[in-house]
Design a protein around this ligand. Structure first.
Ligand code: TMP
Ligand code: ASP
Length: 254
């Protein structure tokens, strides 16, 4: 097999040099971590599901004119993306109180928020991804005011679109995390959606039972993590064939 140059290895993905300049291959691992990687596990099939789910959501967003780094899925675990300069921020959009917002502000999990709220976290494992304000972002030059404006406008559009898409398959989009990058095209720069959108980066609750269908199942030791991710894929109508085949159980041969 041809060897590829590894650009970066993160907690859940590996980036390799792409086939053409300006492209990168994103490889989805089965590894999962929480709490700054103090908790780790390998969940068989998770990478395949996240690759497929992220492909689907990014393609849907591309189709409505949200610019993303996504080009196409290459195989079960890999997708081709455009090379971008990642902005060191996690942009979190929240519709329902949960997780760190509930803890920080003492709002019970499951409380509908008066309106969608956007928060920013500075990407730094060493500092445990601290919560930061627009003031910090522009003062320290992590993003220019115009970049931040673009990220907010895109985040609102993404939230509106994905909330509807998930609700249509019986899932509440509680909150999610986005990452953006700068895409250079000659002398022009555009802010585009990067990284992934998957049950690793969203809180997804069943619309009728509120059952968790996301990474909180791992964070909170609820079990059935891959099964929940599969259910998300199934409801979106994109269950990858091999995972589907594995979980179908014995088949009667006539
Ligand atoms: P939080 O409530 O822990 O701040 O998480 C908000 C959202 O961001 C939730 O959907 C999970 C996602 N998230 C990540 O994608 N990566 C992370 O490292 C953390 C802490 C949260
Ligand atoms: N992925 C993050 C970590 O390992 C945390 C999380 O998603 O909860 O630090």
């Amino acid at each position: 097999m041809k060897r590829r140059r590894q650009i970066y290895e993160g907690k859940a993905k590996i980036l390799y040099e792409g086939p053409e300049p300006g492209t990168v291959i994103q490889y989805f691992k089965d590894d999962t971590t929480a709490f700054d990687a103090t908790k780790k596990a390998t969940l068989d099939g998770k990478g395949v599901l996240n690759n497929r789910i992220s492909e689907y959501l990014m393609s849907q967003l591309n189709a409505i004119g949200v610019p993303t780094h996504f080009v196409r899925r290459l195989n079960m675990r890999e997708q081709l993306v455009k090379e971008v300069e990642i902005i060191p921020l996690e942009v979190v959009v929240r519709n329902i109180a949960a997780g760190s917002l509930s803890k920080r502000l003492g709002i019970e999990e499951g409380t509908a928020l008066p309106r969608s709220i956007i928060e920013y976290f500075y990407k730094s494992d060493k500092l445990h991804d601290p919560w930061v304000s627009e003031e910090h972002i522009t003062a320290f030059g992590w993003a220019a005011p115009q970049d931040l404006d673009d990220m907010v406008n895109l985040s609102i559009r993404i939230n509106d679109f994905l909330s509807g898409l998930f609700l249509g398959v019986g899932i509440k989009l509680v909150d999610f995390k986005l990452e953006f990058g700068r895409l250079w095209e000659n002398d022009y720069m555009r802010i585009v959606l990067a990284d992934e959108i998957s049950p690793d980066s969203c809180r997804l609750w069943d619309a009728t039972t509120n059952e968790k269908m996301d990474k909180d199942r791992f964070r909170r030791d609820l079990g059935g993590v891959v099964e929940a991710y599969s259910e998300v894929a199934k409801r979106l109508g994109i269950m990858p064939e091999s995972v589907q085949a594995e979980s179908r159980g014995p088949v009667l041969v006539r």
